[in-house]
Design a protein around this ligand. Structure first.
Ligand SMILES: Nc1ncnc2c1ncn2[C@@H]1O[C@H](COP(=O)(O)OP(=O)(O)OP(=O)(O)O)[C@@H](O)[C@H]1O
Length: 587
């Protein structure tokens, strides 16, 4: 039973670890529905071995009459099922302690075995006459009440056996029992020993208690409580009071627009973020997101760019309800993330950074499941799923198990899930990672179609090409703050200061040739730009640039050169100096 019970933690841990549970919640599954359906299925699964135990296997084989004769089969089955009712929610609860299914299974098996044996031994020792540990019932009850393993696997069946034996012995005459230590008990479910009433009650109560605690941890109630605690902690949190000057004017303007007292213009806005902050409480509290404000309109694709650790994923996690908010709030379709996360989740689609897929399902099954969860009418699901598969070039893999998918195909499937059911706000966290160029273009087309149909899309990406292709506006994040904000063209004009000169110098292995050319460029365009790894950025485009360079070509052995508008990547790199150096990860 200990081995069987711990298997119920496996799916709970793996679904949480790969975020499949979170994506299901985001897709509209209610917490109670998720856990009660899991419990119902697991209880049915538990019923099969319990019946085998009674009818065919252990009890029958070893001829344990107390459990199988005189109508006690039903009593024993009830006892076993109550054990299932108590232990399965306990295994669900304990899943939060583990990040891997295999570790959870082995450790919980050991826990179940040890806790069962320990309680059994404890109660047995306490019952030894003259051991000085009498009376036992209260102590035994208090130890076994919180421990289904001890209640059922240990003392419950033992008392059940005694009670059963007593019933069995009744026919042979109660006087015969006088020679044994078995006391006659009329009622199998009596509260006093050897009745099993108290164990039945404690197991039934434990099941309710563990289940209630589980639902409390997962539901909006606890979410709101956590948010309140965070709000309380906020007073002493690391959230910066005043912003270090100078703050980019576009970022200031966006904040003023979002925080303006008259917010009529924002009523229709799918996503409004107001001074959102996140502090990770740890030994040294970490400010991951620092008072960001933003409004994303219908038909807009907003790009969140940033270096590793800038706070993009944390922002997404707060916006989808996976992480609590330390301060500020965000609104999806007018619903607050802090207080109405359930309603928010019905309106968003989410493709997390790591694929939240269930390995044992096929791609088609996965999409059908999410289409149902999204509430798409059954008659439209087939067409909707086929469209998604076709749009993302997943048709050839539709019937293969997800575990056999390549990384790129998993990303496609994750993106397909986020786009299913036409949510009004779609969060895509690095959706094209690992995709080949053809698949990436197809993904861009799909996202662009969603944007044109009026969805608000927020995307993070390390591909500047992708951001230029998809984003109507974007922001570059550094250490949790927006450092600039605007359309790609606006950012290029504002931070690119004109044009970029790229030159290839024939140095023949001599560093001097390159150095001489650098000196020439700096003298020719004094104070107009800066050099980043061989790229010169003249501040102002000048017609004579080409003439000057043509003349310089021979002298400085320039093989080739180009003068072009500055790219988004160069704008992005210009913020690199604001990013703190990565911590030394050791040898
Ligand atoms: N659960 C956590 N507990 C403590 N710190 C965390 C946690 N999650 C993230 N962080 C820290 O918060 C900061 C922001 O992390 P986040 O994952 O949001 O960055 P990111 O911009 O998404 O980076 P990447 O581009 O690498 O995905 C980092 O310094 C990270 O180490």
């Amino acid at each position: 039973m200990a081995f069987l019970a711990s298997t119920f933690s496996i799916l709970a841990v793996s679904e949480r670890a790969v975020q499949a549970k979170h994506v299901q919640f985001v897709s509209g599954v209610r917490v109670a529905t998720f856990w009660l359906s899991a419990l119902l299925w697991d209880l049915l699964s538990f019923l099969v071995p319990s019946l085998l135990l009674l009818v065919r296997a252990v009890f029958k084989a070893f001829d344990v009459h107390a459990f199988t004769r005189d109508g006690h089969m039903a009593d024993a089955l009830l006892l076993l099922m109550l054990y299932g009712w108590a232990i399965i929610p306990l295994m669900y609860l304990m899943n939060f302690l583990f990040s891997g299914a295999a570790t959870a299974y082995t450790r919980l098996t050991i826990f179940n075995i040890l806790s069962g044996i320990a309680t059994f031994l404890m109660v047995t020792i306490m019952r030894i006459p003259g051991g000085g540990l009498q009376p036992t019932p209260t102590r035994a009850r208090s130890h076994s009440a919180l421990n289904p393993g001890g209640t059922d696997a240990g003392t419950g069946p033992r008392d059940g056996t005694q009670s059963g034996r007593a019933h069995a012995g009744r026919g042979r005459g109660a006087h015969s029992l006088a020679h044994t230590d078995i006391r006659y008990q009329q009622n199998f479910y009596a509260w006093s020993t050897p009745g099993v009433g108290r164990f039945v009650t404690s197991m039934a109560a434990s099941g309710f208690a563990y289940l209630s605690l589980l639902l409390l941890i997962e539901t909006d109630t606890l979410w709101r409580l956590k948010t309140c605690i965070c709000a309380f902690r906020r007073k002493r949190a690391l959230v910066s009071g005043s912003r270090p000057p100078p703050e980019d004017q576009d970022v200031v303007d966006e904040r003023s627009r979002v925080l303006a007292p008259s917010t009529d213009s924002l009523l229709d806005t799918p996503l409004v973020i107001k001074e959102l902050s996140k502090v990770y409480e740890q030994q040294t509290p970490l400010l991951a997101v620092d008072k960001i404000s933003l409004a994303v309109q219908k038909g807009e694709c907003f790009g969140l760019l940033g270096f590793n650790g800038a706070g993009k994923t944390t922002t997404f996690k707060m916006l989808t309800g996976e992480e609590t908010i330390t301060s500020g709030d965000a609104f999806v379709g007018g619903y607050s993330i802090s207080s109405e996360i359930g309603k928010v989740r019905q309106r968003i689609g989410y493709c997390p950074q790591f694929d939240a897929l269930l390995d044992h399902m096929t791609g088609r099954e996965t999409l059908v499941m999410y289409a149902r969860l999204r509430g798409i009418p059954e008659r439209h699901i087939g067409a909707c799923v086929e469209n998604t598969l076709r749009g993302l070039l997943l048709e050839p893999h539709a019937n293969k198990l997800v575990r056999t998918y390549s990384g790129g195909n998993k990303r496609k499937l994750s993106t397909g899930i986020a786009l299913l059911g036409e949510p009004s706000v779609i969060f895509l966290d690095e959706p094209s990672t690992g995709m080949d160029p053809v698949a990436r273009r197809l993904l861009w087309d799909t996202v662009a179609r969603a944007r044109e149909s009026g969805k608000a899309i927020i995307i993070t990406s390390h591909s500047m090409e992708e951001c230029e292709a998809l984003c109507t506006r974007l922001a570059i994040m550094v250490q949790g703050q927006f450092k600039c904000l605007g359309s790609p063209q606006h950012l290029k004009s504002k931070f690119g200061s004109g044009y970029s000169l790229r030159a290839k110098v024939r140095s023949d292995g001599q560093q001097e040739a390159l150095e001489e050319f650098k000196v020439f460029v700096n003298l020719t365009f004094p104070g107009e730009g800066h050099c980043t790894e061989g790229v010169y950025q003249p501040g102002r485009p000048r017609p004579w640039v080409f003439g000057v360079l043509e003349k310089a070509k021979e002298k400085y052995a320039v093989d080739d050169y180009s003068v072009s508008q500055i790219s988004l990547e160069q704008v992005f790199l210009s913020f690199a100096h604001l990013q703190p150096p990565a911590e030394d990860e050791g040898p």
